[in-house]
Design a protein around this ligand. Sequence first.
Ligand code: GLV
Length: 343
Amino acid sequence: MPESLVLITRRIPPAGLALLDDAGARTRVLEPDPDRIVDRAALIGAVQHAAVLLTQLTERIDREVMEASAGLRGIATMAVGYNNIDMDAANAMGIPVSNTPGVLTETTADLTFALLLGIARRIREADAYMRAGKYRIWGPELLLGTDVGTGPDGSRKTLGIIGYGRIGRAVARRARGFDMDIIAYRSGRTGSADDGTPYVSLDDLLTRSDFVSIHAPLNHDTRHLIGARELKLMRDSAFLINVGRGEIVDERALVAALRSATIAGAALDVYEYEPAMADGLADCHNVLLAPHIGSASVATRDRMAAIAARNALAHLRGERAPEVVNPAVYDSAAYRARLESMS
Ligand code: GLV
């Protein structure tokens, strides 16, 4: 008898679970404790009985995991990024993979701007100052920061956006409201984007920007895209914001740059060895840190869970998933063979 279980690696918001329940899907949440990582041996053991794997960005879904379930009809991740899933293996094995794009664009752009403003205007230090009871008298030189919008002399700030996809463009829309000049880098692109934003080389972007914001996907080309050389190209008054993926930045090189004031500061939502941070990062005064909360609004996480659940149901029924990332897999012999072996 074909497998019918939707294996959910970790708890998802109720909207997603309700959708699966209403559709009569058999589900199991492997790790119900939100503070615990999924034990890999337990995952490999449990996936054997699964038709669909509903995963999160915290699990490494590689060939070993996929091979553990002969009856796997699809993998749904509750995230837009799917760098944790071995796509070469999924394609070769005829396994459709789906994600949750679009719905988190504005929420993630909001966090990007919150971090950008927060690091420029030293909000973390200001909050700590108040809590420590240090505010005794107003002073003209207290906690001086950097302008994000037009400066008192009329000068405009330049925002360099690395990766000009949905989220990068949503950040640009916010930046226009601050009268910032926007330039973008996207591998292989020259000229201008359809919204008029000029594409420039990475080096050009780094040398010209007051704020550099990373929104590229993580892949072979973007891993350590920003290393010691690139950080040296940035202005010593510039800030780096990363709400994309931690591995795009060489975090040890970043700590060195922050310590030596090669750049003015950084605001990070993602980490190279997440959830760990590179040694010394948390001790830097010129850094603002968040625990990967880019899409963390109640409404957006509910919608992400619902989209992941709809994708999972489609995988379960052998239908095309609404947000499949490897659509060509449906035409592959490996996929057809997989479905036939299950019918
Ligand atoms: C979050 O990082 C996501 O990829 O959705």
